[in-house]
Design a protein around this ligand. Structure first.
Ligand SMILES: [Zn+2]
Length: 118
């Protein structure tokens, strides 16, 4: 019997950016909040390696990628798929058509900075 193949998807955002904490941590407070991304990302990378996960897609928030481009580069260099999780973590349902267009255009331009190295 063949070995099972594990693939995962991971949203990459800070703990204070989750929807259920938005009233306590609105976007204007994010710059002052304690960041824990480095700790979380190292654990995720270690787990992917130790569990021999075949593939992973990281949905990275633009806010994170702007401040932690080294993590995005590590994802790309490790061969993982990197996708946009929007720029500012606002639900599609809560955006106007103009905001959605801005988010898509910003995301498309931003992700061009991280081409895959082959
Ligand atoms: Zn999210």
């Amino acid at each position: 019997m063949p070995e099972p193949v594990f693939c995962v998807t991971i949203d990459v955002e800070e703990w204070f950016q989750v929807e259920n904490l938005r009233s306590h941590f609105p976007p204007e407070t994010w710059e002052r909040a304690e960041r824990r991304l480095d700790f979380s990302m190292q654990r995720i990378f270690d787990t992917l390696e130790s569990e021999k996960v075949a593939g992973a897609t990281f949905f990275v928030l633009g806010w994170i990628a702007e401040r932690s481009p080294d993590w995005v580069r590590r994802m790309v260099d490790a061969g993982y798929e990197v996708a946009s999780h929007g720029m500012d973590h606002v639900s599609n349902f809560d955006q106007t058509a103009e905001q959605r267009a801005w988010n898509l255009s910003q995301s498309k331009n931003f992700w061009k900075r991280f081409p895959a190295r082959r």
